[in-house]
Design a protein around this ligand. Structure first.
Ligand code: PLP
Length: 392
C-alpha cells in the first residue's frame, strides 16, 4: 500500500472534503484518537493511584523523548506545552528587558509571534522591528543584518512562513544573529512535522512548535526546545509545582536543571500521549518518506496551479525553499469569496490570508489525493470562467 493510502485508511470521516487546511489544524488519525482515549481511561481510574500516577508520568516522559528525537534535541531541553504560542511567551517573558531593547520579527508572523511582542512594548518600552521576507534569501539576510544592532535582544521569526510556505535560511540567520551576540527563537509551527528539523544543525537557541498541524496530534499539544546553555539564562516568568528540585517554607527553592522547570502543575497527559503516538506513526513510516511525500505532492500542486492562466504562485518553486504550503492569487479575485465558493461548490477547504485580499493558502499532506488536487484546480477554473457561483 502507498503511504497516501495507508494514512488515508487512518483518517476519520472528512465528510467528502478535500482537506487543504493542515497548516491551520489537521484532522486526527484514528490510532491517535484511540491513544488519547486509552490514556484518558487510565487517568480517569484515579490519578492518585500509584500505578496510574506512574503510568501518566511515564507517558509524559515518553512523549518528551520522542519530541526530542524528532528534532535532534535531548529530553532535558524540551518543555511540553499546549501550543506554539506558549513556548514563545515563555521566551518573551523570560528575558530581562531594558528600555530601548529591540526584538526582530518578520513581516510574515502569526499573531502568536506578534501579540506576544506587542505586549512587551508597553510594559518594557521594547522596540519591535520587522524584517521583510524575500524568496531570495540573500536579500532577507541583508535586511536582517541591517536591522540587528547591539540593542537587539532576540530574533524571533518563523522557520517556515505561514503566509507563503517560504522556508527561511535557518542556519544562516542563526550565524548572522550569533555573530552579533543575539539569540534566535524559531516559530516552528509550520515546519515541525513538515520538513526535517535538526536544532543542532540550525544552531537556534529556542524552537517552539505545536502538534496539531503536520504531526496531526491533538489540539492542545506542542513543545519548546531550549538549548541547554539557555535554560539558566532564561528567567522563569511562570513556574509552579513540579518546577522544583526542592523548596522550603521560608521562600527558598531550587529549580530543576532541565527545561522541564517551565512545565508545571496539572497537565493534560492524554493529549500528550496522543502526541507521542502521532510521532510514533510518522517515525514508523520513516520521516524521510513522509517529508518526501509532502514534497512530491506540493510539487504536483505547484505544477497544476501554474497551468492555470493568470494564476500567480507566491510560494518559491524550489522545494528546498518551501514546505507543505502553496500560496497563490488570481488578480482581481478576492480570496475570501474564492475560498467560500470552493468550499460550497467543490467541497475543497483552503484558507484566505489576512492582510492580503487576494492571497489563498493551500496546505498539503501525504493524505491529500490527486483527486483532491483535481477538484481544487477545476474549482479555480470554474470561478475564472463562470464567476463565484450562487453560493456567493
Ligand atoms: C507560524 C505560526 N505560528 C504560531 C501559530 C499559532 O499556533 P498555536 O496555536 O500552536 O500557538 C500558527 C498557527 O497557525 C502559525 O502558523
Amino acid at each position: 500500500m502507498s503511504l497516501t493510502s495507508e494514512v488515508q485508511s487512518m483518517l476519520p470521516d472528512l465528510d467528502g472534503f478535500a482537506y487543504f487546511q493542515t497548516s491551520g489544524f489537521s484532522p486526527k488519525l484514528t490510532p491517535i484518537i484511540d491513544e488519547v482515549i486509552r490514556s484518558l481511561r487510565i487517568q480517569s481510574r484515579g490519578p492518585a493511584l500509584p500505578f496510574v500516577a506512574r503510568k501518566l508520568q511515564q507517558q509524559m516522559q515518553e512523549t518528551r523523548g520522542k519530541v526530542a528525537d524528532t528534532i535532534n534535541a535531548t529530553p532535558e531541553e524540551i518543555v511540553l506545552t499546549e501550543n506554539t504560542t506558549i513556548g514563545i511567551n515563555i521566551v518573551a517573558n523570560g528575558i530581562d528587558w531594558k528600555p530601548g531593547d529591540n526584538v526582530l520579527l518578520s513581516t510574515h508572523e502569526h499573531p502568536g509571534n506578534r501579540l506576544t511582542w506587542y505586549n512587551l512594548t508597553g510594559r518594557y518600552d521594547v522596540e519591535l522591528r520587522f524584517a521583510p521576507l524575500y524568496n531570495d534569501h540573500d536579500r532577507t539576510l541583508e535586511e536582517m543584518d541591517r536591522l540587528i544592532d547591539d540593542r537587539t535582544r532576540l530574533v524571533s521569526v518563523s522557520h517556515v512562513s505561514r503566509r507563503t510556505g517560504l522556508r527561511l535560511p535557518g542556519r544562516a540567520i542563526c550565524d548572522l544573529a550569533h555573530a552579533k551576540d543575539t539569540p534566535v527563537l524559531y516559530d516552528g509551527a509550520q515546519s515541525f512535522g513538515a520538513i526535517p528539523i535538526d536544532v543542532r544543525h540550525l544552531d537556534c537557541d529556542f524552537y517552539s512548535f505545536c502538534g496539531h498541524k503536520y504531526t496531526m496530534a491533538p489540539q492542545g499539544t506542542g513543545g519548546l526546545y531550549i538549548r541547554k546553555d539557555r535554560i539558566e539564562w532564561l528567567k522563569p516568568s511562570w513556574i509552579g509545582s513540579h518546577s522544583q528540585k526542592s523548596f522550603d517554607q521560608d521562600g527558598n527553592m531550587d529549580l530543576l536543571d532541565e527545561a522541564k522547570r517551565f512545565e508545571f502543575a496539572t497537565r493534560s497527559v492524554p493529549d500528550q500521549a496522543g502526541f507521542g503516538k502521532a510521532l510514533d506513526i510518522w517515525a514508523g513510516f520513516g520521516w524521510d518518506k513522509v517529508f518526501a511525500g509532502i514534497a512530491a505532492y506540493t510539487d504536483r500542486m505547484k505544477s497544476a496551479l501554474s497551468e492555470i492562466p493568470g494564476l500567480v504562485l507566491e510560494t518559491p518553486l524550489a522545494y528546498d525553499d518551501s514546505s507543505g504550503i502553496v500560496t497563490f492569487h488570481v488578480p482581481g479575485l478576492e480570496s475570501g469569496p474564492l475560498a467560500e465558493s470552493l468550499q460550497q461548490q467543490e467541497k475543497v477547504l483552503v484558507s484566505p490570508l489576512e492582510f492580503a485580499a487576494e492571497s489563498t493558502r493551500v496546505s498539503t499532506h501525504v493524505f491529500n489525493s490527486d483527486e483532491d488536487l483535481e477538484r481544487l484546480t477545476s474549482g479555480i477554473r470554474r470561478i475564472q470562467r463562470d464567476g463565484l457561483g450562487s453560493a456567493n
